[in-house]
Design a protein around this ligand. Structure first.
Ligand code: GLU
Length: 217
């Protein structure tokens, strides 16, 4: 089962997220990864234990006060480094972690491939990520607006082919530290553990289907 951790605040995000991922280890998973937001998005992913991820990042840039982390339970694509979350979008501006299944991912994947997208994993998550990324880039809109458009498009598809979409997923996105407030609001409506302190936010999820996207400003 997958685990999700996110942090924004005055501390270094990496050790906070790593600790959160370790606390979720009992749930079982096949790979782990972290995306950190500093000047750019740094994404580190590794098949195996959180300790393998920790070893993988030795000597690398793990600076940043905002980040997201994931332990994966594979549903689409074998357990591997390339299928581990977070995934980075084609524009390089979005990183996503996701919990659950995108029911209509094969149709979305075909559309992306026809448009010339090169996918770097076999996951449904990367398909959804680039679907949102494309809306955002084409319309020069905010992540929130892109996400609303994506929700609308998915609803239209669902209406037209109801039987394919009996199991809609839930999703969450965040853009920067200010937007984290909104995410926290949404997360608190879900069965997630959150630990709020002044000027910093931590969330740790294990029971809800969700995705979290981290955006390069
Ligand atoms: N469906 C996604 C994947 O296979 C997410 C799996 C999970 O919830 O960990 O990567």
């Amino acid at each position: 089962m997958c685990g999700i951790v996110g942090y924004t605040g005055y501390r270094d995000a990496f050790p906070v997220i790593l600790k959160g991922l370790k606390r979720l280890e009992y749930r079982g998973y096949d790979s782990a990864g972290i995306a950190l937001h500093n000047q750019s998005l740094q994404v580190y992913r590794k098949m195996g234990k959180v300790a393998d991820l920790e070893e993988h990042v030795v000597g690398k840039n793990i600076a940043g006060h905002t980040g997201i982390g994931h332990t994966r339970w594979a549903t689409h694509g074998e357990p591997s480094d390339r299928n581990a979350h977070p995934h980075l979008s084609a524009s390089g501006k979005l990183a996503m972690i996701h919990y659950g299944i995108i029911e209509n991912y094969s149709k979305l994947k075909q559309e992306l491939l026809q448009k010339g997208y090169q996918l770097n994993s076999d996951t449904d998550t990367e398909v959804l990520l680039n679907f949102i990324d494309e809306i955002k880039e084409n319309n020069h809109c905010s992540l929130e607006e892109a996400e609303q458009t994506q929700t609308w498009v998915m609803a239209q598809i669902r209406k037209s082919r109801e039987k394919d979409y009996q199991n809609p997923f839930r999703k969450m996105l965040y853009n920067n530290e200010a937007e984290m407030e909104k995410v926290m609001g949404k997360l608190q409506d879900n069965p997630l553990i959150s630990n709020l302190e002044e000027k910093e936010k931590l969330f740790q999820g294990q029971a809800a289907r969700l995705q979290v996207t981290l955006t390069k400003k």
